[in-house]
Design a protein around this ligand. Structure first.
Ligand code: AMP
Length: 216
Protein backbone atom coordinates (compact mmCIF):
# COMPACT_ATOMS: atom_id res chain seq x y z
CA UNK A 1 0.00 0.00 0.00
CA UNK A 2 1.18 3.52 -0.82
CA UNK A 3 1.79 5.34 2.48
CA UNK A 4 1.66 9.09 3.02
CA UNK A 5 4.70 10.00 5.13
CA UNK A 6 5.52 13.49 6.39
CA UNK A 7 8.66 14.18 8.40
CA UNK A 8 8.49 17.24 10.67
CA UNK A 9 12.02 18.52 10.69
CA UNK A 10 13.40 21.47 12.64
CA UNK A 11 15.15 22.68 15.79
CA UNK A 12 13.84 22.11 19.32
CA UNK A 13 11.10 24.62 20.11
CA UNK A 14 10.06 25.33 16.52
CA UNK A 15 6.69 23.65 17.17
CA UNK A 16 7.02 20.19 15.59
CA UNK A 17 4.74 18.72 18.29
CA UNK A 18 2.10 21.46 18.03
CA UNK A 19 2.10 21.51 14.22
CA UNK A 20 2.21 17.69 14.20
CA UNK A 21 -0.90 17.42 16.37
CA UNK A 22 -2.87 19.84 14.16
CA UNK A 23 -1.70 18.10 11.00
CA UNK A 24 -2.43 14.67 12.40
CA UNK A 25 -6.08 15.68 13.01
CA UNK A 26 -6.36 17.29 9.60
CA UNK A 27 -4.85 14.43 7.60
CA UNK A 28 -6.10 11.67 9.90
CA UNK A 29 -2.65 10.13 10.21
CA UNK A 30 -0.96 9.17 13.49
CA UNK A 31 1.72 11.48 14.88
CA UNK A 32 4.77 9.48 15.89
CA UNK A 33 7.16 11.46 18.08
CA UNK A 34 10.57 9.95 18.82
CA UNK A 35 10.86 12.08 21.97
CA UNK A 36 7.40 10.98 23.25
CA UNK A 37 8.22 7.33 22.55
CA UNK A 38 11.47 7.65 24.49
CA UNK A 39 9.77 9.52 27.36
CA UNK A 40 7.21 6.72 27.70
CA UNK A 41 10.02 4.11 27.70
CA UNK A 42 11.64 6.11 30.54
CA UNK A 43 8.33 6.27 32.42
CA UNK A 44 7.89 2.50 32.12
CA UNK A 45 11.50 2.01 33.20
CA UNK A 46 12.00 -0.37 30.25
CA UNK A 47 15.47 -1.46 29.08
CA UNK A 48 15.38 1.23 26.38
CA UNK A 49 14.19 3.81 28.92
CA UNK A 50 16.92 2.99 31.42
CA UNK A 51 19.60 3.40 28.78
CA UNK A 52 18.06 6.55 27.24
CA UNK A 53 17.27 8.70 30.28
CA UNK A 54 20.74 10.14 31.03
CA UNK A 55 21.18 11.23 27.38
CA UNK A 56 17.76 12.88 27.40
CA UNK A 57 18.30 14.76 30.67
CA UNK A 58 21.55 16.14 29.29
CA UNK A 59 19.89 17.16 26.00
CA UNK A 60 22.16 14.84 24.00
CA UNK A 61 21.07 12.39 21.32
CA UNK A 62 20.10 8.90 22.47
CA UNK A 63 22.09 6.22 20.57
CA UNK A 64 20.57 5.58 17.13
CA UNK A 65 19.84 1.88 17.60
CA UNK A 66 17.85 2.53 20.81
CA UNK A 67 15.68 5.22 19.24
CA UNK A 68 15.14 3.13 16.13
CA UNK A 69 14.13 0.09 18.16
CA UNK A 70 11.40 2.13 19.87
CA UNK A 71 10.35 3.77 16.59
CA UNK A 72 10.25 0.71 14.38
CA UNK A 73 7.59 -1.02 16.50
CA UNK A 74 5.40 2.07 16.20
CA UNK A 75 5.91 2.73 12.46
CA UNK A 76 4.96 -0.83 11.61
CA UNK A 77 1.82 -0.91 13.79
CA UNK A 78 -1.55 -1.27 12.07
CA UNK A 79 -2.77 2.33 12.50
CA UNK A 80 0.26 3.56 10.53
CA UNK A 81 -0.32 1.44 7.46
CA UNK A 82 -1.77 4.32 5.43
CA UNK A 83 1.01 6.62 6.57
CA UNK A 84 2.22 8.68 9.50
CA UNK A 85 3.79 11.94 10.62
CA UNK A 86 7.24 11.71 12.15
CA UNK A 87 8.40 14.22 14.76
CA UNK A 88 12.04 14.19 15.87
CA UNK A 89 13.41 11.52 13.55
CA UNK A 90 15.83 11.46 11.77
CA UNK A 91 18.18 13.60 13.87
CA UNK A 92 21.45 12.68 12.13
CA UNK A 93 22.63 11.15 8.86
CA UNK A 94 22.83 7.60 10.26
CA UNK A 95 19.17 7.85 11.32
CA UNK A 96 18.24 9.09 7.85
CA UNK A 97 19.80 5.85 6.52
CA UNK A 98 17.78 3.81 9.02
CA UNK A 99 14.60 5.56 7.93
CA UNK A 100 15.36 4.85 4.27
CA UNK A 101 15.42 1.14 5.15
CA UNK A 102 11.77 1.19 6.26
CA UNK A 103 10.55 3.27 3.32
CA UNK A 104 9.12 1.75 0.21
CA UNK A 105 9.56 3.17 -3.31
CA UNK A 106 5.74 3.43 -3.42
CA UNK A 107 5.55 5.71 -0.37
CA UNK A 108 4.68 9.35 -0.87
CA UNK A 109 7.33 11.06 1.22
CA UNK A 110 7.98 14.72 2.14
CA UNK A 111 10.14 16.51 4.72
CA UNK A 112 8.69 19.72 6.16
CA UNK A 113 11.62 21.84 7.27
CA UNK A 114 10.26 24.19 9.97
CA UNK A 115 12.47 27.23 10.47
CA UNK A 116 12.72 30.14 12.90
CA UNK A 117 15.27 32.27 14.75
CA UNK A 118 17.04 31.11 17.93
CA UNK A 119 15.36 33.93 19.88
CA UNK A 120 11.93 32.48 19.06
CA UNK A 121 13.05 28.91 19.88
CA UNK A 122 14.49 29.84 23.27
CA UNK A 123 11.43 31.88 24.19
CA UNK A 124 9.06 29.05 23.17
CA UNK A 125 10.99 26.37 25.04
CA UNK A 126 11.21 28.37 28.25
CA UNK A 127 7.48 29.22 28.18
CA UNK A 128 6.46 25.65 27.26
CA UNK A 129 4.40 23.58 29.67
CA UNK A 130 3.29 19.97 29.09
CA UNK A 131 0.36 18.09 30.60
CA UNK A 132 1.82 15.27 32.69
CA UNK A 133 -1.27 13.14 31.99
CA UNK A 134 -2.10 13.55 28.26
CA UNK A 135 0.97 15.31 26.81
CA UNK A 136 -0.93 18.39 25.55
CA UNK A 137 1.43 21.29 24.86
CA UNK A 138 0.88 24.86 26.13
CA UNK A 139 2.76 28.15 25.88
CA UNK A 140 2.28 30.39 28.92
CA UNK A 141 1.74 33.49 26.77
CA UNK A 142 0.64 32.40 23.28
CA UNK A 143 -1.40 29.33 24.17
CA UNK A 144 -2.09 29.47 27.92
CA UNK A 145 -4.40 27.00 29.71
CA UNK A 146 -7.79 28.35 30.86
CA UNK A 147 -6.82 27.89 34.50
CA UNK A 148 -3.24 28.19 35.62
CA UNK A 149 -1.28 24.94 35.88
CA UNK A 150 -4.19 22.74 34.73
CA UNK A 151 -4.71 21.02 31.35
CA UNK A 152 -7.86 22.23 29.47
CA UNK A 153 -8.36 18.82 27.90
CA UNK A 154 -7.98 16.38 30.79
CA UNK A 155 -7.50 18.39 34.00
CA UNK A 156 -3.95 17.00 34.39
CA UNK A 157 -1.11 18.90 36.01
CA UNK A 158 1.02 21.09 33.71
CA UNK A 159 4.76 20.57 34.14
CA UNK A 160 7.98 21.88 32.64
CA UNK A 161 10.19 19.31 30.88
CA UNK A 162 13.52 18.57 32.61
CA UNK A 163 15.37 19.44 29.42
CA UNK A 164 13.65 22.83 28.99
CA UNK A 165 16.08 24.50 31.44
CA UNK A 166 18.32 27.25 29.94
CA UNK A 167 21.63 25.31 29.95
CA UNK A 168 20.07 22.16 28.46
CA UNK A 169 18.21 24.24 25.83
CA UNK A 170 21.56 25.74 24.74
CA UNK A 171 23.08 22.26 24.42
CA UNK A 172 20.09 20.92 22.43
CA UNK A 173 20.38 23.81 19.97
CA UNK A 174 24.09 23.14 19.56
CA UNK A 175 23.42 19.43 18.88
CA UNK A 176 20.79 20.43 16.34
CA UNK A 177 23.23 22.65 14.43
CA UNK A 178 26.04 20.10 14.52
CA UNK A 179 24.32 16.75 14.06
CA UNK A 180 20.78 17.29 12.81
CA UNK A 181 21.02 20.21 10.39
CA UNK A 182 23.35 18.38 7.96
CA UNK A 183 20.43 16.03 7.18
CA UNK A 184 18.71 18.92 5.35
CA UNK A 185 21.21 18.79 2.48
CA UNK A 186 20.40 15.20 1.81
CA UNK A 187 16.64 15.79 1.51
CA UNK A 188 17.16 18.95 -0.52
CA UNK A 189 19.21 16.92 -2.98
CA UNK A 190 16.54 14.23 -3.10
CA UNK A 191 13.91 16.90 -3.91
CA UNK A 192 11.78 15.96 -0.87
CA UNK A 193 12.48 19.06 1.27
CA UNK A 194 9.84 21.79 1.71
CA UNK A 195 10.76 24.78 3.88
CA UNK A 196 8.11 26.42 6.08
CA UNK A 197 8.59 29.60 8.14
CA UNK A 198 7.30 28.56 11.55
CA UNK A 199 8.13 31.51 13.76
CA UNK A 200 4.77 33.29 13.65
CA UNK A 201 1.35 31.91 14.64
CA UNK A 202 0.19 28.31 14.30
CA UNK A 203 -2.45 29.29 11.75
CA UNK A 204 0.14 31.05 9.57
CA UNK A 205 2.36 27.98 9.70
CA UNK A 206 -0.58 25.68 8.93
CA UNK A 207 -1.57 27.86 5.94
CA UNK A 208 1.89 27.38 4.40
CA UNK A 209 1.74 23.64 5.05
CA UNK A 210 -1.72 23.42 3.47
CA UNK A 211 -0.23 24.81 0.24
CA UNK A 212 2.33 22.01 0.31
CA UNK A 213 0.22 19.02 1.36
CA UNK A 214 -3.14 20.19 0.00
CA UNK A 215 -6.44 20.79 1.83
CA UNK A 216 -7.50 23.86 3.86
P1 AMP B 1 12.09 15.97 21.68
O1 AMP B 1 10.86 15.58 22.44
O2 AMP B 1 11.97 15.72 20.23
O3 AMP B 1 12.56 17.35 22.02
O4 AMP B 1 13.25 14.96 22.19
C1 AMP B 1 13.65 14.96 23.55
C2 AMP B 1 14.95 14.23 23.70
O5 AMP B 1 14.78 12.86 23.32
C3 AMP B 1 16.12 14.73 22.82
O6 AMP B 1 16.78 15.84 23.39
C4 AMP B 1 16.99 13.48 22.78
O7 AMP B 1 17.67 13.28 24.00
C5 AMP B 1 15.94 12.36 22.66
N1 AMP B 1 15.59 12.09 21.24
C6 AMP B 1 14.41 12.32 20.62
N2 AMP B 1 14.46 11.94 19.34
C7 AMP B 1 15.69 11.45 19.14
C8 AMP B 1 16.39 10.92 18.02
N3 AMP B 1 15.79 10.80 16.81
N4 AMP B 1 17.67 10.51 18.19
C9 AMP B 1 18.28 10.61 19.38
N5 AMP B 1 17.70 11.12 20.47
C10 AMP B 1 16.43 11.54 20.36
Amino acid sequence: MKRNILVLFGPPGIGKGTVGKALSEKLNLPLISAGDLLRSEVKENSDIGKKASAFMNAGSLVPDELVFEALKKRITSSDAKEGFLLDGFPRNLAQADLLDCVLDSQDHYLVLNLTGSDTVLIERLSQRRICAACGAIYHLINMPPRSEGVCDTCGGLLTQRNDDSPDVIAHRLEIFRKETEPVIGRYRKAGTLRTVKADATLSETMAQIAEIVGGN
